[in-house]
Structures are given as structure tokens and as C-alpha cells.
Design a protein around this ligand. Structure first.
Ligand code: PA5
Length: 358
């Protein structure tokens, strides 16, 4: 089995040949996407109508994860709360002092359109972030600023487009310090990383391929840390779901030490089908860093295996994406190991189509 999987992951023709929606190309384009996304955000003319007391991103799935990245990144820097709304309705506090990004890659997600309408009624300061669709049409009609990002890739391959423009807007409003240097470092760092992660780099030197092998025929469990890699753990889970069409689970330190860790005793046979990856960062709370080794020791041999991935880079942006990028690639390699085309998400399309009929 190992020889077979190794052979497949180093067979570039097979890898590219099974990737009908060019997910590898989209992954490879991420460093340039980040620069373009930043420029698009910086090009928007914005001003605040009233003092901003909250920042909110409303969106779903691939469009919401950009909001989570903003929550983690800007949460440490802004004097006001940053929250993500994944629902048709908005919390009661939303009002004229809320800066609300309505984010939908397609522009047609019904929950986001509903939240947008409610935000209009409540007088929130809205910015639409989309490729087009109904969201763009409504926003233009309402005189709401729109950041239009390029279409043609799947929402989950567009995290640059769905995140960096929100940072640019916050910088332009004077809520964030200048981030141009961090964005440039992010792009450079991703360029270096894609050389290590791309299909042409053999399994022996390719961390993403190694992770895919470890996840193959097992249930991936990804652990991050609150305030740093938590959103990345969630992202890895979503990427395994949507690209490899397989289940995956995620949790965060220190919370998981207070419940999930206890649950690795029964049923033994099923537990041996789990493979755990811990996402680490030297920025994690010092007490959390002590928990990793102790947790691994307590886990003993309960699961099939455990691995760790360490963030690299200087700025927080580069560090966040240095953990995202290997997971994105690994989930595509995992899809191909399963003989699955990573691009199409027919189940989501079917569900949206059936809902539209009702
Ligand atoms: O990855 C996907 O395709 C989904 O998670 C979508 O992002 C989600 O269904 C929302 O669609 P959109 O991003 O177009 O608003």
C-alpha cells in the first residue's frame, strides 16, 4: 500500500490529470493572489459614517474563513471586537456603529444575502466583498461599496481574495497599522513554500504529501491553539472535507485539555484509525506550549500517529498562512490518493439547488 501511494503522489501526470478544476494551479497562484487582493482592497474609497464600535464579517464556508482569519489577526490589534456571523440573521447589537463585511465569493449565498438585507435595515456600515452575483447587484443598487474580486476559482481557493481586502479597508480607516510590509513578506514566504509543497517536489521532501499519506485511510484530527492557529485547524478540517470528501475534526488548546483529551480511551480499535496533527506557533501562549508534550505523552499510543507542524515566517500574516498552505496542499493530495477529483463539491451544489426549489 505504501509503495502504491508513494508512487501516485510522485506521478505528476496522474496528479494534474485527476484535478479537473485546476486546484493545484489555484494553490500555486496564492502568493500572487494575496498581492492582487491587497491592491483591490487598497483601491476602495472608504470613510466611516460613524465611530466603528464592532467589526463583523458575515458569510459561509469558504467565504467565512476569511472572516475568521480577520478575527484572529485583527482581534489582537483592534480596540473593538471582530466577530464572524454564519447565519441568515444578525445579532441584536449590529447597528450604525458596526462595520460589516458581507462576503460571498459567488455573491449568491442565501444566508449572506439575508444578513446583508438585515444589515441594511439596521443601518450598518456595509462593504460587500464578492465576485458578483446578487450581492454585487444589490450593493450597487443600494450605493454600498463593493470590492469585486476575480472569479473562476472555488471559494476555498480564494482565501487571499476573501481576507486581505478586509485588512486593507481597516488600514484605510486608520484602525490597523500599515500592513504593506507584512503582505509583501506573506507573498514572498508563500512563494518559497510552494516550491516545497508543489506536485513536482517528491514525497521525501514534501511535507504536504507526507501529511496526506498519514491521513490516508484514517480520520484526520487537527489541533490548533486559541488565538493563533485555531482558525487554521478549522481550515484544515474544511479542506479535507471539501477537497478529499472525507471527514475530519478539529479542536483547540487549551480547551481540548479539559475534555477531548479524556476521550481517547474507548473504543480502542476506532481510535487507532485517527491521525492527529498539532499546529504550533512560537507565538502560542507559553503555558499552551508546555501542554503539547504533556498531551502527547498522555495520549501514548491511543491513535494511529501524531505529527506537528510549526509556523514559519516573521509577521503574523506569513505565520498564519505558513500553517494554512501545507494543509491546503495536503487535502488535495489526499483527494488524489482516494481517487477523488478535489475540485467539484457536488453535494454543496445539490443542496443549494434543492433549497432554491423551495
Ligand atoms: O467552498 C465552498 O464552495 C463553500 O464552502 C462556499 O464557500 C459556501 O457554500 C458559500 O458560498 P460563497 O462562498 O459563494 O458565498
Amino acid at each position: 500500500m505504501f509503495r502504491l501511494t508513494q508512487h501516485l503522489l510522485d506521478d505528476q501526470r496522474a496528479l494534474y490529470g485527476a484535478d479537473s478544476m485546476h486546484m493545484f494551479d489555484a494553490l500555486s497562484g496564492l502568493p500572487e493572489q494575496c498581492i492582487r487582493a491587497w491592491e483591490l482592497g487598497m483601491a476602495l474609497t472608504v470613510s466611516a459614517r460613524a465611530e466603528i464600535r464592532q467589526v463583523m464579517v458575515t458569510g459561509l464556508g469558504g467565504s467565512a474563513i476569511g472572516g475568521d482569519l480577520l478575527r484572529i489577526f485583527a482581534g489582537k490589534r483592534l480596540p473593538v471586537p471582530v466577530t464572524v456571523n454564519r447565519d441568515y440573521v444578525l445579532p441584536k447589537f449590529v447597528g450604525p456603529q458596526t462595520l460589516l463585511f458581507a462576503t460571498s465569493y459567488s455573491g449568491n449565498t442565501e444566508e449572506t444575502l439575508s444578513a446583508y438585507r438585515e444589515a441594511r435595515e439596521k443601518g450598518a456600515q456595509i462593504i460587500a466583498l464578492t465576485t458578483g452575483g446578487k450581492l454585487k447587484a444589490m450593493a450597487e443598487k443600494d450605493g454600498v461599496p463593493v470590492i469585486t474580486v476575480p472569479g473562476g476559482i472555488s471559494p476555498r481557493a480564494a482565501t487571499g481574495y476573501l481576507f486581505l481586502p478586509t485588512l486593507a479597508v481597516l488600514q484605510k480607516l486608520g484602525l490597523l497599522e500599515p500592513l504593506d510590509e507584512q503582505v509583501a513578506e506573506l507573498s514572498r514566504h508563500l512563494q518559497a513554500m510552494r516550491e516545497q509543497l508543489k506536485p513536482e517536489t517528491p514525497l521525501a521532501e514534501n511535507r504536504a504529501k507526507q501529511v496526506a499519506i498519514n491521513f490516508f485511510q484514517r480520520i484526520p484530527v487537527i489541533w490548533g491553539a486559541s488565538g493563533t492557529s485555531e482558525v487554521v485547524a478549522q481550515r484544515w478540517k474544511g479542506q479535507v472535507n471539501e477537497n478529499a470528501k472525507a471527514p475530519a475534526y478539529w479542536n483547540v488548546f487549551p480547551e481540548l485539555n479539559h475534555n477531548e483529551l479524556v476521550g481517547f480511551q474507548k473504543p480502542e480499535e476506532l481510535l487507532r484509525q485517527l491521525y492527529i496533527v498539532i499546529l504550533r506557533d512560537t507565538q502560542d501562549h507559553p503555558r499552551v506550549q508546555k501542554r503539547y508534550a504533556i498531551t502527547r505523552e498522555i495520549m501514548g499510543g491511543a491513535v494511529a500517529g501524531m505529527d506537528e507542524i510549526e509556523a514559519t515566517g516573521n509577521g503574523d500574516l506569513a505565520r498564519l498562512y505558513s500553517l494554512i498552505y501545507p494543509g491546503d496542499y495536503a487535502s488535495v493530495y489526499l483527494a488524489l490518493l482516494y481517487g477523488i477529483d478535489p475540485g467539484p463539491v457536488k453535494v454543496i451544489d445539490q443542496l443549494k439547488a434543492r433549497l432554491a426549489e423551495q
